[in-house]
Write a protein that binds this ligand. Structure first.
Ligand code: NAP
Ligand code: NAG
Ligand code: NAG
Ligand code: NAG
Length: 339
């Protein structure tokens, strides 16, 4: 008799001996399986089929403004373009005035919307700088705020090997800028009873990332901050969303080639703006108001939720970052020799 056969036989014997207990167990098993099928189905539905909220709800084509921080390059520049295309006037914020003005001019020549720019260095911004910035937003009907500006480490490094200035800049840009810019636009949004705030996060926030500990911590801040703020302001008709991002081609990621897992900013931002209000891959992750909208990033995020073994991912990330640091140091050595 085969093992399978004897297993079936002994199961039947057990069921006959304990009918009530086995009915309960089978019921429980069926519920568990049905629940995970339902969850997977609903995640796939959100990623591939369901549309997000219409941006008109936030003032598109009605003269409302979209403020984007870090708007002159990468993901932020793409947000500025796509929000202009959707019918928002756009307010671009970053450091380099010339690049900002060139970006604004390109937007104004392609779309019939107004543009404004403000130059600020969020790494150095003090109270006075934030007050000046806030004054420039005054009187504008701000429908959308994209807290996009972000800084990561020059290369993976243990905390004790991280320059203090780098740590301070990362906190100032990723945490302080988000807090202060949000603080200056929220009162107007509450008054107008509408608004969309997108906080651009990272997988480094949901998977604690050794050798990028400071960046990882600031991105986790965005996730928790978003959940808390969303509950505060939901009653005023404002949507707050933490956008969980895996790699995207950009200067920050230092990745130049796109792939299924690593989109260019264009398709990435299109996925964000077409899925507002849908958690997609972040559903069932225990992070309310987080969305992982890009299809491959969403599948990864949902797989991490199902796997439910954070330490495995932390260990894996540690190994990955050791390797990236080793290669980055070698490259620096080669470049130093070549000079
Ligand atoms: N790319 C990825 O793989 C990835 C993955 C996960 C999360 N993210 C997040 O996505 C967001 C955008 O990243 P990205 O890859 O698009 O970056 P990016 O291509 O390097 O663009 C950064 C933008 O921010 C501005 N900026 C940089 N430092 C600034 C400062 N101190 N003050 C004011 N503006 C500053 C830059 O313009 P200036 O230099 O002129 O200031 C530029 O417009 C970040 O929050 C990042 O953490 C990216
Ligand atoms: C904007 O217009 C310029 C020409 O003025 C064109 O080269 C560019 O591709 C356009 N960009 C977008 C995003 O439509
Ligand atoms: C962030 O803001 C706080 C409070 O305004 C300030 O005390 C702190 O110095 C800022 N941190 C950085 C790193 O700029
Ligand atoms: C936050 O998430 C909850 C649960 O998904 C949702 O009902 C609520 O509308 C969201 N709040 C905001 C302000 O986006």
């Amino acid at each position: 008799m085969s093992y399978a056969h004897s297993f079936v036989n002994s199961t039947i014997q057990l069921v006959n001996a304990y009918p009530l207990a086995s009915t309960l167990l089978f019921g429980l098993g069926a519920i568990t399986i049905a629940r995970s099928c339902y969850r997977t189905f609903s995640v796939l539905l959100q990623i591939f089929i369901l549309p997000g909220q219409n941006l008109k709800r936030y003032g598109a084509k009605k003269g409302a403004w979209a403020i984007v921080t870090g708007a002159s390059d990468g993901i932020g520049k793409e947000f500025a373009f796509q929000l202009a295309k959707a019918g928002f006037n756009v307010f671009l914020v970053a450091r380099n005035t010339e690049v900002l003005d060139a970006t604004a001019a390109e937007i104004a020549s392609n779309y019939s919307v107004s543009t404004k720019t403000a130059s600020i260095d969020f790494a150095k911004a003090d109270n006075a700088a934030y007050e000046t910035l806030s004054t420039q937003f005054q009187g504008l009907d701000v429908g959308v705020l994209v807290n996009n500006v972000g800084k990561s480490h020059a290369m993976p490094a243990y905390l004790i090997d991280t320059p203090i200035e780098e740590m301070a800049d990362i906190v100032a840009i990723n945490v302080n800028a988000t807090l202060r810019v949000t603080y200056s636009v929220l009162p107007g949004m509450i008054q107008r009873k509408r608004g969309l705030i997108l906080n651009i996060g990272s997988f480094a926030g949901s998977i604690p990332s050794p050798m990028l500990a400071t960046y990882s911590g600031t991105k986790a801040f965005l996730s928790t901050f978003t959940s808390a703020l969303a509950e505060e302001v939901g009653q005023h008709g404002i949507t707050v969303e933490h956008v969980n991002t895996y790699f995207v081609v950009s200067k920050l990621s230092k990745i130049r080639k796109s792939s299924a897992l690593i989109p260019r900013p264009g398709p990435y931002v299109r996925s964000v703006l077409s899925k507002i209000g849908l958690p997609c891959g972040a559903a069932y992750s225990g992070r309310p108001n987080t969305s992982t909208p890009y299809w491959s990033h969403a599948l990864l995020d949902y797989a991490a939720t199902v796997l439910n073994s954070p330490y495995l991912l932390i260990k894996y990330t540690h190994g990955l970052h050791k390797d990236i640091r080793r290669r980055a140091l070698k490259k620096m050595e080669r470049e130093a020799k070549a000079q």
